[in-house]
Design a protein around this ligand. Structure first.
Ligand code: ADP
Ligand code: ADP
Length: 225
């Protein structure tokens, strides 16, 4: 089954603001997709439906074939790994090791299996050396990579990143791009950084006023802008 299937998803906030007007979207396993569009287009609202922070007014969301609904939320939240824009919203333990272990420990993993998950996730983002360091001693770019590792340690079906290149210096930007390219996981990234989308995502979605207004090869979409 695909990583993500969104069907006829519509949503209005309690104050009546209609944020999504019927979104249809399929993302196949292993695709890297950019979610573009102006402020207010509905990107955040759509992302919040992928892991059930918001639940559909109308329509459905399925992750790896599992529908998002009240009874599936624990498994959905394991399958949908959200990387926030600010890594400091995601790192709160005394050491990197404890931050990355937090999610899998909550799943019940212990001992050698837990240790393997933590090391594997940190290795994939090039931060294994930081295992026993306090996150606040790391650079911003390093903290963002550790935040990605906290999510990878859950072995998600889909990795969703909010503005992954924001506030990064050119070297950190390049490092993160290489990391994201090397992962064998489905990626959806919300971004205003068109060069980053072009570099990393073969496919882009452009949201506008609560619908997906364009969906196609990033190269083609950006040439049309
Ligand atoms: P992003 O920078 O990710 O696009 P926004 O700037 O659109 O996010 O929104 C930031 C926060 O403000 C979100 O939690 C969003 O739900 C909230 N928000 C945005 N627009 C409104 C609104 N009209 N009324 C209330 N909250 C809003
Ligand atoms: P984006 O992430 O693309 O900036 P959002 O999903 O944050 O867009 O917003 C989509 C629409 O929903 C906008 O009109 C925004 O003002 C509105 N909105 C967002 N959050 C809220 C909220 N908590 N209450 C009311 N309206 C909101």
């Amino acid at each position: 089954s695909p990583s993500l299937v969104v069907s006829r998803l519509a949503y209005a906030y309690p104050d009546g603001t209609q944020a999504l007007y019927g979104v249809d979207l399929t993302i196949r396993r292993g695709e890297r997709v950019a979610l573009l569009g102006p402020n207010g287009a509905g990107k955040t609202t759509l992302v919040m439906h992928l892991n059930g922070i918001l639940t559909a007014g109308h329509g459905t969301v399925e992750v790896g074939g599992l529908p998002v609904r009240a009874g599936t939320l624990p498994e959905i939240r394991r399958r949908v790994g959200l990387v926030f824009q600010d890594p400091d919203d995601q790192l709160f333990m005394p050491t990197v090791r404890e931050d990355v272990a937090f999610g899998p420990a909550n799943l019940g993993l212990r001992g050698a299996e837990l240790d393997r998950r933590v090391r594997d996730a940190l290795e994939r983002v090039g931060m294994l050396d930081a295992l026993d360091r306090p996150p606040h001693h790391l650079s911003f770019g390093q903290r963002r990579r550790v935040a990605v590792a906290t999510v990878l340690a859950m072995e998600p079906e889909i990795l969703v990143l909010d503005e992954p290149s924001s506030n990064l210096d050119p070297a950190s930007r390049r490092e993160l791009a290489e990391i994201l390219r090397s992962l064998d996981v489905t990626v959806l990234m919300v971004t205003h950084d068109l060069p980053y989308a072009l570099e990393l995502c073969e496919r882009s979605l452009v949201m506008s006023e609560g619908v997906i207004a364009a969906d196609g090869p990033t190269r083609t979409l950006l040439a049309d802008e």
